[in-house]
Design a protein around this ligand. Structure first.
Ligand code: SAM
Length: 510
């Protein structure tokens, strides 16, 4: 495994001091780094202890499978353990634990080792099997704390939004009186693109009474924490919302203005799964060359840049999905032989089909919705009965009239809906919003019977066809807010939250 795969990144000293500083305040203090590497965090603790004139009773301890000794030669040899942290005796307890654990992904972890860790430490049962290594480190670290002790940890952004982090966050709120999280957007580790959060866990042994989150522009900026509710802390995704209580705002849209969940009005299904887009999806010319007739070809959307054009031209420019039937074996030999020669028939999705070349199309959807997007997600009506790949969601309305659907198309672009999407979706890489079906189902929309929606709907479709998404969102928001008489303060708060969330997920852009 490469250094990167093993999660070996040493913490720069400015970040180490930033993280250690609030936790170094006792005159007599024992500090452990369970994966100390070169010792950056221990050295930071030592420096701060001296700078704060706390005396000379700081005791530093480290454990690492592959330590780089040199900077810690002044420590008693017995304090540094060259071993796996999961073999480090739990009887050893400390006032403070500072950690930047390895971020090894669960799918490249050594399964045997992980199973052994899990069998040895009961505490690890709070985590599910898809947890990355850093989460196991954190839970094991907790068992090394003295009563009232604290942990400072540098963790990946996944702490805030991975599915496996939710039970971990619950465990922490059951064991620490104060939790503070600083979400950072800057890059602190050379060649590591991962965004990080600093987590301070204080008052071990109490149930959480205060959970705070901040998102300063950098570690030089003042930290301004906002308190978040336990419900938000335990949600699928924890987000920094600049001090606003987004759940109350969403409830107000529902109770006072009649917004309802998208799932009340539509089913959400993933797009067509081919397992081999390059093979099954052809241009018109390629389809002709294989002699595949129109009744075996289905126009399909594969990329969101096709949406604006689709809204103008219908399906004329789309690529075509080859949808063969069982006995087509005799008719389209060349095409099928080509697939076999390239081993597309052996791909994981192909082997589940019978015959492998007959892609399961499912029903034609009423609309499409983005799965991953960097800016504004919206609902695209399926004007010409086409399909989409699994890069999108397929939407099937539940017995809505054409007017009611138009309300949904418009309102999903308006601020309340966009707020709920931003809040419930995950950010992915640098700036991409990943809207899982669950998040789309929880999006709030407006369904009405009033036909005054026809004009705004036409305007929105026109703006989207011109790829003017910002204008479409502004227009939809104005229409919805005027129509419902939405309170200005509520609108402002929603706007601030959406802007904060978008800025945070797309740092250094816009
Ligand atoms: C991200 S580096 C951080 C090092 C140090 N804490 C710092 O902040 O600079 C992670 C360290 O974890 C160590 N490591 C990986 N797996 C370990 C394990 N099972 N037990 C102890 N240390 C481990 C690696 O050798 C590496 O030094």
């Amino acid at each position: 495994m490469s250094k990167k795969e093993q999660g070996i990144y040493y913490t720069p000293s400015v970040l180490a001091e930033y993280m250690a500083s609030p936790l170094i305040y006792l005159n007599e203090q024992t500090v452990l780094d369970p994966a100390y590497g070169e010792g950056a965090l221990l050295l930071a603790a030592e420096k701060i202890f001296k700078a704060k004139n706390l005396g000379n009773s700081i005791h530093l301890y480290g454990c690492d499978t592959k330590p780089i000794n040199g900077l810690l030669n002044h420590l008693p040899e017995a304090n540094l353990h060259k071993s796996d942290f999961f073999s480090y005796p739990v009887e050893r307890k400390f006032h403070t634990i500072l950690m930047n654990p390895p971020y090894v992904r669960h799918h490249i972890q050594n399964e045997k080792k992980i199973n052994k860790y899990r069998a040895t430490y009961d505490e690890l049962k709070v985590l599910n099997n898809s947890s990355d290594l850093w989460a196991l480190f954190l839970v094991k670290a907790v068992s090394h704390l003295k009563e009232d002790g604290s942990i400072g940890a540098i963790l990946p952004w996944a702490f805030l939004q991975a599915d496996y982090s939710q039970p971990l966050r619950r465990f922490l709120s059951e064991n620490f009186g104060i939790i503070e999280v600083v979400a950072l957007s800057d890059k602190y580790f050379d060649d590591a693109d991962e965004r990080i959060v600093i987590v301070w866990l204080k008052q071990f042994g109490r149930r959480s009474i205060s959970i705070n989150i901040a998102a300063p522009t950098s570690i030089r900026a003042k930290i301004e924490f906002s308190k978040i509710s336990l419900d938000r802390w335990l949600a699928d995704r924890v987000s920094y919302t600049a001090g606003y209580a987004p759940d109350l705002i969403i409830s107000e849209y529902i109770s006072k203005y009649g917004f309802t969940k998208f799932s009340d009005h539509a089913d959400v299904k993933i797009g067509v799964v081919t397992g081999a887009v390059d093979y099954f999806i052809l241009t018109k010319k390629e389809a002709n060359e294989f002699g595949i007739p129109a009744h075996r070809l289905v126009p399909i959307i594969t990329n969101s840049i096709e949406f604006p054009k689709y809204l103008i031209n219908g399906n004329s420019d789309l690529r075509l999905l080859v949808a063969l039937k069982r006995d087509d074996h005799f008719k389209f030999r060349d095409f099928i032989q080509l697939g076999i020669s390239k081993e597309y028939n052996l791909r994981s999705h192909s082997v589940l089909r019978d015959p492998w070349y007959s892609v399961n199309l499912g029903k034609v959807p009423d609309a499409f919705f983005h799965y991953r997007i960097s800016k504004i997600p919206y609902l695209v009506p399926n004007l010409n009965g086409v399909q989409c790949t699994n890069a999108f969601h397929r939407i099937y309305f539940k017995n809505l009239t054409s007017i009611e659907r138009k309300w949904i198309y418009v309102s999903i672009l308006s601020l309340p809906a966009q707020l709920s999407i931003e809040l419930n979706s995950k950010t992915y890489g640098r700036g991409i919003l990943k809207i899982e079906p669950k998040s789309l189902k929880n999006t709030i929309v407006l369904k009405k019977k009033d036909d005054k929606i026809i004009r705004p709907y036409n305007t929105i479709i026109k703006l989207l066809a011109e790829n003017k998404k910002d204008e479409a969102m502004i227009f939809a928001t104005q229409f919805v807010c005027n129509e419902l008489g939405i309170d200005a303060a509520l609108k402002n708060s929603s706007c601030n939250i959406v802007e904060t969330l978008r800025k945070l997920r797309r740092p250094n852009r816009d």
